[in-house]
Design a protein around this ligand. Structure first.
Ligand code: ADP
Ligand code: MN
Length: 179
């Protein structure tokens, strides 16, 4: 067990993936099933203005990574957090006990993003991001393979199985920390 984990009795879990893969829905269910506190980082960025302005072309905020990390540091200290964000490489590695990368097929992703009302250029950017497995590669570069979990999120059955798997990890983590 890495030194930073010895002080946590509850795990910190990151749920990442291309927009539309199911992070927020999954994180919400995981938070309930595993008794964790959910943080949707995109909402936090907006609420606490942890950004450097708005990009009109892509309808998105310019991420200020330092501000986000500073703001989240105290939240992560005691464990028990379920973090939802579409990029993952700038978070300190020591924060997380499990990093889940959700994956979805192109047709599913396209439909979900279109339903969300994304502009065509933003849909295309995200679909390409998923095909190129940008988030998965970033997670592999940033975290130990021991704590990485790549999960398909195409169907409701997938989602339920994923929530079960992640909740089982949290339970196992707590038991191992009690010994
Ligand atoms: P993200 O937070 O990654 O952008 P959401 O959780 O908001 O994704 O999911 C986007 C949409 O796709 C929602 O309408 C959600 O209900 C649906 N969805 C996500 N994952 C699945 C899945 N595994 N099966 C069916 N629908 C899903
Ligand atoms: Mn989301």
């Amino acid at each position: 067990v890495a030194p930073q984990r010895q002080s946590r009795t509850n795990p910190n879990i990151l749920i990442t993936g291309t927009p539309g893969t199911g992070k927020t829905t999954t994180a919400e269910m995981v938070a309930v099933a595993a008794g964790l506190e959910k943080v949707v980082v995109g909402d936090l960025i907006k609420q606490r203005k942890l950004h450097d302005g708005y990009d009109e072309e892509y309808d998105t905020y310019w991420l200020n990574e330092d501000k986000v990390v500073d703001e989240m540091e105290s939240m992560m200290a005691d464990g028990g957090m379920c973090i939802d964000f579409h990029t993952c490489g700038f978070f300190p590695e020591r924060w997380f006990d499990l990093v889940v990368v959700l994956r979805a097929n192109t047709d599913k992703l396209f439909d979900r993003l279109e339903e969300r009302g994304y502009k065509p250029n933003k849909i295309q950017e995200n679909v390409e991001c998923e095909i190129m497995q940008v988030v998965l590669d970033e997670a592999r570069e940033s975290y130990s393979s021991d704590i990485l979990m790549e999960l398909e999120s195409n169907t409701v059955d997938d989602m339920e199985a994923n929530v079960e798997k992640i909740a089982a990890f949290a339970e196992q983590f707590r038991q191992s920390q009690q010994q």
